[in-house]
Design a protein around this ligand. Sequence first.
Ligand code: HEM
Length: 483
Amino acid sequence: MNKDFLTDSQGIPVSDDQHSLSLGPSGPIVMADPVFLEKLAHFDRERVPERVLHAKGAGAFGFFRPYQSMAQFTKADFLQSPETITPVFVRFSLAGGSQGGADTVRDIRGFAVRFYTDEGNYDLVGNHVPVFPFRDPLQFPDFVHAIKPDPVSNIRGGPIGTSRFWDFMSLRPESMNFLSYLFSDIGTVQSYRTIQGFGINTFKWVNLRGDEVSIKYHWEPCAGVQCIDSRTATQLAGSDPDIAGRDLFETIAAGQPVEYELCVQIMNVSDAANQPFDPLDPTKIWPEDMIPLLPVGMMTLNKNPGDFFVEVEQAAFSPASLVPGITLSNDRILQGRVFPYGDTQRYRIGPNYANLPINRPRHPVHHKMQAGPMQTRCNDGIANYLPNTLGGGMPLPAPERGCPAPQFASGEIARTEPEGDDYYQPGCRYRNMTELEKQHFVSNIVENLSQAYEPIQNRMLEHFLRTDPDLGRRIAQGIQTVP
Ligand code: HEM
């Protein structure tokens, strides 16, 4: 048969999929019409549930190349030589907005990078600001509920929506640093080509000798960092709501590569206790004047997805996808992220999501997990268990490359609230802004906070005053002048 002819999903030739079988030209349609039944039934199932957050995104393929060997710090296979070119897939997203949301609204942007390395997939799932609003993962569902639409009316803004947001934040003062980024103009952008990316959480790199260092990841856009003011963001949200996704797609389609430099901050694990901040607290930055950025390599995005649903919607990133040489630190938020990504993906896409081409590692996988909906991976023989002799004892345990880093833990198991100075870093950030940046920051907050209920406004004003007296005073004055 000519390969260009129309078929159904079984490959059977179809001569007409535009006209339902009907009883004469004006009679009812006939249900015993396989073409009709299959086309409509498949259409009814075209969606999977959207991500709980980071629902709207755009993706691109490319490659990563280190500038030099990082072997001194990590045995990660893809960071050993500038000769090693590793394919990547990146998904940028809006954290709080749902799939129909506008790209320019005030929000955190996701910056999720998958490295398809020779030792499996490494996912660096980051955001475009360097800090997180809280430091215990058990608060995550509450935070997401507070930023999503009101459960009664399904409305996000207005007095109720803004009050819900500020209610939560005002009761979590560790969010002050996060708010100092979200409400600066960094919170409104029109292009993914001009945002930074941050791993936020502290990771550990381990070298072949088993020596560990703590690290923080940064992505620096080669096109420079750019953001837009609140007024422009609002205008674009109406006139061009998909602008960031369109900009990425059209730039790459025009043959222009999109580049980001990967940098790390490195700290000896033993130096953690001597810092004036807690290096495992994701609500704090590691100041770059104390711990400078070390350039690691360059990521180039140069290929658009062939099908958005197949390659972007079904992409399943997880901070638990770590390769040898990169491990978790005791950062609680990071530890709390190990479970929910795979869990939500088993629900969102299905238990065999890892078999999909976008999620599959470059090399064959060998394990004894089997079956389940939409399984495409065949068992290798009768020995679907370990240990076995009937399958030749395969697969063998993978040998550790180099020495493992020794792990110790002891202490009382309890529920505790970690302490920190939550006002110092956002205060410094405010004082370091130019006068124009301060004006925009204050008016962005006033525009939003002034809609919230008064007791909540007052609670927030106390936090802003403690962050910086000038900041608190300006916001209070701004709110008084709102009609
Ligand atoms: C307790 C803390 C956190 C929890 C429980 C959590 C949970 C989740 C979940 C369930 C998803 C949806 C995954 C999917 O359906 O595919 C998600 C997506 C995402 N999260 Fe988190 N997250 C946390 C913290 C963070 C942090 C600290 C960052 C940034 C460093 C981050 C960045 C992202 C990004 C970029 C995505 C979208 C990934 C994609 O493009 O598919 N999350 N998160």
